[in-house]
Design a protein around this ligand. Sequence first.
Ligand code: SF4
Length: 361
Amino acid sequence: MTTVTMQGIREKVGRGERLTFEDGVFLYGAPLIEVGELANEVRERKNGNVAYWVSNRHLNYSNVCVLTCLFCAFARKPGEEGAYEYSLEEAFRKAEELKGTNATEIHIVGGLHPDLPWEYYTDLLRGIKARMPHLHLKAFTAVEIDFFARTFGKTVEQVLRELVEAGLDSLPGGGAEMFSERVRKKVCKFKITGDEWKSIHRAAHGLGLRSTATMLYGHIETPADCVDHMLQLRELQDETGGFTAFIPLLFHPENSLLSHIRKSSGLLDLRHIAVSRLLLDNFAHIKVYWIMTGTRVAQVALSFGADDMDGTVREEKITHMAGATSPQGLTEDDLMALIREARREPVQRDTVYRSLEAVHA
Ligand code: SF4
């Protein structure tokens, strides 16, 4: 058995050789600056000095959910204080706030609502598309897709096809949490399994949809769980090539059933960004989600492997109900200023990473 060393990993990365599970675990214990420096090298090889951003809006149509995931501060039971669901008209009004802006995308996710009919979801997409055909609709996590299939007696493929017909353009990567069965059993035991999450993304990619992939960290996971999670994603990406980006998501304990866990530090955020950049050699982009890390860590992350700072967001509920202190949204100017201050060149992208300049050329 060969001993893993930082020098050995550096040489492998230099040769473009794929890192192993053992390499990944080693990177979680190696000096952060060295890991970050190497990740930055790969980031610059893949994406130069560019840092992408998107002009988007989040639309969390309802927080009513039949499940209780321990890390979730967003969900409410039907009738519980703070429970809400947007009528279609309200949702359309929120979407229409984007008229006259540079926005290219709406990100739509919600809880697993026991009473909304199937037509609510298809009409939601259809109505937004009819009003603003140019907007890319990134909607419904694999967890919601699975719930729709079970609730409405359809196959996953039928659900996806009908949503595409209504206007769906891609899937967000939420709900992956941590694939480890041990972790899932403890923090979200009634949620779909990691294999089910992957199989829904595989089906989506098979229909030509692109998606993102996420990993929720900062709760009860170990470095080995994180490496295993990323390598499973790497394997699926080898198979389908359908993921646009990987997004490590920081767990916010406030108001959740895991509120006794101490919120992890910015150093851990940077570690996950850097390790993912090194392990996920077949992912073109690593995104730092500034809503969760805060803008300061996000700026530093642009030199630790991340090449994307997500977007303007405009209104965010999920992380803010868990005590996030970042703003609810950023203006395009603020986002670009943050990127420039981090000595990167801001490039506005669409959901599938075409630069808007190229799209309009
Ligand atoms: S994480 Fe999603 S599925 Fe779990 S309780 Fe929250 S809204 Fe429901």
